[in-house]
Design a binder for this molecule. Structure first.
Ligand SMILES: [Mn+2]
Length: 444
């Protein structure tokens, strides 16, 4: 590990997030559910389904689902739900939960992600539950739903399905701006975009949509039905909030999870089993020696860049696969990002830019099914920021996007150049902020 301007630090190998964090770190919140209160009325749908309201407590989100999304969710025609690749647990959990909720209501649905599921989400998926690219290429879908993504990284088969769809629905919590042109769909294709930057996971938006659909159809789910729907949602939310970490979990999320736990229907050990399947600590420790950290300061603003050698990552991936053949490239990436995030919290960095570079020649020896799992660009950048909006702002400079505190981008430029550019942007932004402050003070 290279450290500039700081004494070297010994990486603490991050364990899978513990559920107990929910109770340790959770902010004190007003109870989301008041047992004495009658369910709210929503103008177009009447009262909330009692079962839904009592069991799930997702009213914050159910109120916000656009009617067009509920209409599309209940549309009787064929439906394909697509996450982006390489898929994280949120996109897998959301895609599968949307499809399952439709199937529970007797409506056709298939879920697809152009890549293998990460270890964390695998235990809540059924074997062969996801449609392959070959399977979806063979038919047309009336509705295509994009969850947790804007359609830019869904693979050729799903891209083709988009073009053939009558209706495209986008449900995402990233700061996206999709258009019919960017999606490659015709002018007469119906497009509904539901974007909620405040949702801790796209799975919460998926759940709210399913609940509205269930409520509108006056369906009564069995205990198994609820488990099928809630297990992938919980695992997805657990992942995007890094184990319901206080800073990543709104009171709505914490309240909802608590009420699901209180309902006692789900075996949480089973739901979160995949999060214990992280890569072996000795493999991870060896990999972390190839992570170079550089610290920077502009005024009082401290930030850092982290560069990871792609070759070292491929070697760690190979060692991890020797133990667990289904370990994905992203699993290895997430395990390193966990450490970067932990380091960020410990040091109080205002922002960090992480990049891993895997040039073409390093991919040449990989079998195609493994090469496919790598990002399409040589460099994958991940940005984290304490200030909301800074991470996606920076990622957009490199053609990427994201959520208020975390974002990403891909590029074929050299990693060192990209990180140097990121530092320049961050410095300029801080200077601009400080100048603006002075100017405002002077004008009073
Ligand atoms: Mn997400």
């Amino acid at each position: 590990m290279k450290t500039v301007g700081k004494q070297p630090w010994v990486p603490h190998v991050h364990q899978a997030p513990a559920l107990t964090r929910l109770f340790l770190d959770a902010p004190v919140v007003a109870p989301l559910l008041d047992p004495t209160r009658r369910p709210d009325l929503i103008p177009e749908a009447g009262a909330y389904c009692e079962l839904t309201y009592n069991r799930v407590g997702a009213s914050v989100w159910t109120k916000r689902v656009p009617d067009g999304v509920v209409d599309a969710f209940l549309h009787p025609g064929s439906c394909l739900v697509v996450g982006d690749a390489p898929g994280d647990p949120d996109c897998f959990g959301s895609a599968v939960a949307w499809a399952r909720a439709r199937q529970i209501l007797g409506l056709p649905a298939a879920a697809h992600v152009n890549g293998p599921p990460p270890l964390a989400i695998a235990p809540v998926l059924r074997r062969d539950e996801l449609a392959t690219a070959e399977q979806i290429a063979q038919r047309a879908y009336e509705t295509v739903v994009l969850v947790d993504n804007d359609g830019t990284r869904i693979g050729p088969a799903a891209q083709e399905a988009l073009k053939r769809a009558k209706r495209v629905i986008i449900v995402d919590h990233h700061d996206i701006a999709p258009t019919k042109a960017s999606l490659g769909i015709g002018e007469d294709t119906e497009l509904v975009v539901w974007k909620e930057l405040g949702a801790d996971a796209a799975a919460l938006m998926t759940l709210a949509t399913a609940l509205r659909g269930i409520e509108r159809n006056a369906a009564d789910l069995t205990a198994d039905g609820w488990r099928d729907l809630l297990a992938p949602i919980l695992a997805a939310t657990y992942s995007d909030t890094r184990g319901f970490e206080a800073a990543r979990s709104s009171s709505a999320t914490v309240g909802m999870v608590r009420s699901i736990i209180d309902a006692g229907e789900l075996d949480l050990k089973e739901v979160f089993a995949g999060f214990d399947r992280s890569i072996r600590s000795d493999v991870k420790r060896e990999l972390l020696r190839h992570l170079a950290e550089e610290t920077h300061q502009e005024g009082t603003f401290k930030f850092a860049t982290f560069a990871l050698d792609g070759q070292a990552m491929l070697e760690a991936w190979s060692k991890a696969r020797a133990v667990r053949p289904d370990t994905t490239w992203s699993d290895v990436l997430y395990s390193v990002l966990d450490v970067v995030e932990e380091r960020t919290r410990a040091t109080g960095y205002g922002a960090v830019v992480f990049g891993v570079e895997t040039p073409k020649e390093q991919r040449a020896n990989l079998p195609p099914e493994l090469a496919e799992q790598l990002p399409p660009t040589a460099v994958k950048l991940s940005v984290r920021s304490a200030a909301p909006g800074m991470a996606p702002w920076l990622a957009r400079k490199f053609g990427g996007n994201g959520k208020p505190h975390e974002a990403g981008a891909g590029s074929d430029l050299p990693l060192s150049k990209l990180l140097a550019e990121a530092v320049t942007h961050l410095r300029a932004n801080v200077r601009l902020e400080q100048t603006t402050k002075l100017w405002l003070m002077g004008s009073r």
